[in-house]
Ligand binder design. Structure first.
Ligand code: SF4
Ligand code: SF4
Length: 235
C-alpha cells in the first residue's frame, strides 16, 4: 500500500482504521511503515480518504504473500479461496470434513492489532509434522509448507501478516500430543494465538473431547453452530 504524500492533507482517517497501527502522521502527512503494513487494504477500502491519496501498489514476491493472509477480499493464488482461512470448520455438518473419530484443530496466529510473522508458523508445523497430522489442503497456510518436516520457504519467513490459520485434522487419540505441542510453543512464540478444537457431538450430546480437555486442565467453553440447511459447498 502506498500514500501519495503530495495529496495527503493529514486528516488522520486512515490512521485510526489501520489494524496494526502502521500509519503515522509526520509533518502532517500520513506515512506507512512498510515493515508493519500487512497489506490488508482496509485503509484503501474503508478510510474514505477525502483526496484519494491511498493507492494499491503492485506487490512482488515475497511481499505479495501478505495480501491473502491479511486481506479478506483477496483470493489466494494457490488455493483459489477468498478470505484468510478456508470455509469455516464449524460448518462441519455441511462440509463433513471431520468424521466421528477425527478431531479438527485450528491455530490462528496473530490478531488485528498484533499480527504475526510467517516464521511463527514453523514453530508449530515442524513439531506437528513429526507426529503426523493431516493439514487442510485448501488452507493458505498449507500452501506455503514445502516439505514433510513442516518447513516453510526461507524467503517468506520475515513477512508480517494480520493472522494465519494452521488447519489440520488428527485421529482422536492424537489430541493429547497436539495439546502438548501447543503448550511447548506457547513458551517460544512471540505473538498471540488462539486454538479451536472441532469434534462431532454424539447423539446423546456427549462429546468425549470435552472430558479429555478437562482432564488436561483446560477450561472448556463449548460452542456450536447449527446449520439449518442453507449452507453451500463451493466445488
Ligand atoms: S494496508 Fe492495512 S496494514 Fe497497511 S497501512 Fe493500510 S490499513 Fe494499515
Ligand atoms: S485519509 Fe488520506 S488525507 Fe487523510 S491522512 Fe490518510 S492519506 Fe492523508
Amino acid at each position: 500500500m502506498e500514500i501519495k504524500t503530495d495529496l495527503c492533507i493529514g486528516c488522520g482517517q486512515c490512521i485510526i482504521i489501520c489494524p496494526v497501527q502502521a500509519i503515522r502522521l509526520i509533518d502532517n502527512k500520513a506515512i506507512i511503515d512498510q515493515d508493519l503494513c500487512v497489506e490488508c487494504a482496509v485503509c484503501y477500502r474503508d478510510a474514505g480518504c477525502p483526496v484519494n491519496a491511498i493507492r494499491l501498489k503492485r506487490l512482488k514476491w515475497p511481499r505479495i504473500i501478505r495480501s491473502p493472509l491479511s486481506n479478506v477480499m483477496a483470493t489466494h493464488k494457490i488455493t483459489g479461496i477468498p478470505g484468510r482461512g478456508t470455509e469455516e470448520m464449524k460448518t462441519n455438518d455441511v462440509t463433513n470434513r471431520f468424521n466421528t473419530n477425527e478431531i479438527g484443530v485450528s491455530i490462528e496466529l496473530g490478531r488485528p492489532g498484533v499480527g504475526a510473522h510467517l516464521r511463527d508458523i514453523e514453530l508449530f508445523t515442524t513439531k506437528l509434522s513429526r507426529i503426523g497430522v493431516e493439514y487442510e489442503e485448501q488452507s493458505p497456510v498449507t500452501a506455503i509448507i514445502i516439505d514433510k518436516e513442516g518447513h516453510i520457504k526461507d524467503d517468506i519467513k520475515d513477512e508480517f501478516v494480520l493472522s494465519a490459520f494452521i488447519e489440520l485434522k488428527i485421529p482422536r487419540e492424537k489430541i493429547s500430543q497436539v495439546l502438548q505441542i501447543i503448550r511447548d510453543v506457547e513458551e517460544e512464540i512471540d505473538t498471540v494465538f488462539t486454538v479451536g478444537i472441532i469434534s462431532r457431538v454424539k447423539e446423546n450430546n456427549f462429546d468425549p473431547i470435552v472430558k479429555i480437555l478437562s482432564q488436561q486442565g483446560f477450561e472448556i467453553k463449548p460452542n456450536a453452530k447449527v446449520n439449518i440447511g442453507l449452507g453451500k459447498i463451493l466445488k
